[in-house]
Design a protein around this ligand. Structure first.
Ligand SMILES: Nc1ncnc2c1ncn2[C@@H]1O[C@H](COP(=O)(O)OP(=O)(O)OP(=O)(O)O)[C@@H](O)[C@H]1O
Length: 311
C-alpha cells in the first residue's frame, strides 16, 4: 500500500499551517489514506523530517504543508539523499505568507484541492535547483542586497503576523520593501555569469531566480523557468532612489523589465562579490551574506504540479 509522507509547519502563515493540517488529517482518515506526518517544532527541522520520511519510512511522495521556507528546507533534505538512490516527488499544500512556489506550479490555494492534486499526481515536472558553494540549495531564488534586507525585515516583523491573521500576509513584503527603500544604500558589485565578469556600480539588488516570483508574487524575473537548465539573474542599479519608484509599482506584473535601471542575465554558474557584505535571502529566508557562488543543478527534483510560464 502507498504511504504518503507529510511535513507540517504549524506556524506557517501565522497558524494557518496548523488549521489546514486539521482539515487535511480529517480528510485522510475519512478516506482511509495511509500517511506518516511529522510536525516541525523549530526552524530547520523540515530537512531532517524529509530525510527520515523518505529514507526510513519509504514514503512514496512528500507533501509539505507550509510556506516557501518550509519547502526550502524539505527540498534540501530530498536533495541530500538523492545520491543514495531516493527520488521522492514533492507536493505542497500552501499555508505560508508568500506561497511563491505554489503559485509557480499552479498548486490550488484551497487545501483539499491541493491535496487531491498531490494524491492524483496528474502533472509532474522535473525542476532545476540553485546550489550554493556551501551546499545549500534553493527552489525559488537566491538574492542579495535589497531583497536580503526585505526578507530579514519581513520575517522579523510584527506586522507579518497581524497581516497573516487577516489574510493579507503578502502585504507584509510590500511594507518591508517600502521601509528598506527609504534607507537602502547601494554599492558596487561584481557579477560573474559563466566566466564573464560584469562590474555593477550602485547595485541595489541581484536576484538569481529559478521561477519568476519571489516575495509574495513579485515577478522579479518574468522569463525564469525552472526546467530550462539555466538560472535567470535580475540586477537593479541606480544612483538615486526616486528613479526606482516606478519599479516598485510595476514589478508585481513583471512590467519593470524595460526600466533602464534593470538588466537581466542567464547562466549556469553565477558568482557575486560586493564592495561590502550584503545580506542574502534564499527562498525568502535570511541566509547569510555575500560573496555568493551559485550553480544550477538541472532536473534535480520532481514536483507535483505544472510550471505556469505566463505567471
Ligand atoms: N515549529 C516551528 N517553530 C519555529 N519556526 C519554524 C517552525 N517550523 C518551521 N519554522 C521556520 O519557519 C520558517 C518560515 O516558515 P514558512 O515559510 O513555512 O512560513 P511563512 O514564513 O509564513 O511563509 P512564506 O515563506 O511563504 O512567506 C521556515 O523557514 C522554518 O525554518
Amino acid at each position: 500500500m502507498k504511504l504518503i509522507g507529510i511535513i507540517v509547519n504549524p506556524l506557517s502563515g501565522d497558524g494557518r499551517g496548523a488549521s489546514i493540517w486539521r482539515e487535511i488529517e480529517t480528510y485522510l482518515q475519512l478516506n482511509h489514506i495511509s500517511y506518516m506526518a511529522k510536525i516541525t517544532t523549530k526552524a530547520g527541522e523540515a530537512t531532517e523530517h524529509a530525510i527520515t520520511l523518505v529514507q526510513e519510512h519509504r514514503v512514496d511522495k512528500l507533501i509539505v504543508i507550509g510556506g516557501d521556507g518550509t519547502i526550502h528546507e524539505a527540498a534540501g533534505g530530498l536533495w541530500q539523499i538523492q545520491n543514495t538512490g531516493f527520488n521522492c516527488p514533492l507536493a505542497v499544500i500552501p499555508a505560508g505568507t508568500g506561497n511563491d512556489f505554489a503559485k509557480a506550479y499552479g498548486i490550488p490555494t484551497q487545501p483539499i484541492q491541493a491535496l487531491e492534486a498531490a494524491l492524483s499526481e496528474t502533472t509532474k515536472v522535473q525542476i532545476d535547483l540553485l546550489r550554493t558553494k556551501n551546499g545549500m540549495i534553493a527552489v525559488n531564488s537566491i538574492g542579495a542586497g535589497f531583497d536580503g534586507m526585505v526578507a530579514k525585515l519581513t520575517n522579523e516583523a510584527g506586522y507579518k503576523k497581524i497581516l497573516n491573521r487577516i489574510g493579507l500576509g503578502k502585504l507584509s513584503y510590500f511594507i518591508s520593501i517600502l521601509r528598506v527603500f527609504a534607507t537602502y544604500q547601494p554599492c558596487t558589485a561584481w557579477l560573474e555569469v559563466d566566466g564573464t565578469v560584469h562590474e555593477l556600480p550602485n547595485m541595489w539588488l541581484t536576484a538569481v531566480a529559478n521561477i519568476p516570483f519571489y516575495g509574495g508574487s513579485i515577478q522579479i524575473c518574468p522569463a525564469a523557468s525552472p526546467h530550462d537548465g539555466v538560472a535567470d539573474v535580475a540586477v537593479i542599479q541606480s544612483r538615486g532612489r526616486y528613479r526606482l519608484l516606478p519599479i516598485l509599482f510595476t514589478v508585481y506584473q513583471g512590467k519593470h523589465i524595460h526600466h533602464p535601471a534593470v538588466s537581466f542575465y542567464k547562466g549556469t554558474s553565477i558568482s557575486l562579490s560586493t564592495q561590502i557584505p550584503l545580506l542574502v535571502q534564499a527562498d525568502g529566508e535570511f541566509s547569510g551574506s555575500t560573496p555568493l557562488q551559485i550553480e544550477i543543478v538541472p532536473s534535480a527534483l520532481t514536483v507535483i504540479g505544472s510550471f505556469l510560464s505566463e505567471g
